[in-house]
Design a protein around this ligand. Structure first.
Ligand code: 6GU
Length: 227
């Protein structure tokens, strides 16, 4: 898979891919991530990539020209399955969407900023609009990193058996069960006996029960919901 992210703030997208699971996925060649500074595509002599809104009002609007040229250049190299715009008014990301996106080959993610992007970008260049929740971030960069992380960790070979995505919360519409590690007794706060019993069948059963209990208590909507 390849993910190309278009942004006005490329520095913000460095560290999420420079550590841990995402870095390892890139190093292993399981995913390529390209970070593209939209300003570099501006034909303006000051590399301007935003301008005042027609009709007035507060806030700058990202211009179509640098975005269009950057996307055209990427599309001349390969075909893309989706050109995603991250925006609070998009479709909300969930595990089903992450699963779906992880089966694509090439993705472009455009990060919004300021008051947004010229509507003609959304009308003509974007295939999908994604939000990461009902709150507003200063820009789309953190949201793009969240989307990329949720997708990359699902790619075959990224996680090993121990960290398998199959046991994630939401993967089967259940929250993950509690986990414990040594010591088994910390100043009287004890680990449930079942987990140290060695009975793997009973442990699996206990984990499933705990998952269901947690989900019923915290997210009853997941138990009735189709996604
Ligand atoms: Cl995708 N962008 C911004 N700026 N804020 C958000 C968001 C995206 N998703 C939730 N809040």
């Amino acid at each position: 898979m390849r993910i190309d992210i278009l942004t006005l703030l490329p520095q913000l997208l460095e560290s999420p891919f420079a550590d841990s699971i995402l870095k390892r996925a890139i190093d292993k060649g399981l995913v390529e991530v390209g970070i593209h500074d939209i300003r570099n595509w501006s034909t303006d002599k000051h590399k301007k990539a935003d301008d005042y809104a027609f009709g007035g009002g507060a806030g700058m609007v990202m211009q179509i020209q640098p975005i269009h040229d950057c996307i055209k250049s990427l599309k001349s190299e390969r075909t893309y399955d989706e050109v995603i715009y991250v925006t609070p008014d998009g479709e909300t990301l969930n595990q089903r969407m992450a699963n779906e996106l992880s089966m694509k080959k090439n993705l472009i993610i455009l990060c919004g900023h300021y008051k947004g992007v010229d509507q003609r970008v959304r009308d003509h260049l974007i295939t999908r609009e994604v939000s990461i929740g009902d709150f507003v971030l200063s820009g789309g960069e953190l949201a793009a990193a969240v989307i990329a992380d949720s997708v990359i960790r699902l790619l075959p070979g990224v996680l090993n058996d121990e960290t398998s995505a199959l046991s994630d919360s939401f993967q089967d519409n259940l929250l993950a069960p509690p986990v414990y590690t040594r010591p088994a007794d910390y100043h009287g706060w004890k680990v449930p006996d079942i987990l140290t019993s060695g009975n793997l069948r009973m442990i699996d059963e206990w984990r499933l029960e705990e998952s269901i209990r947690r989900t019923r208590e915290r997210r009853p909507d997941l138990l009735s919901d189709e996604d």
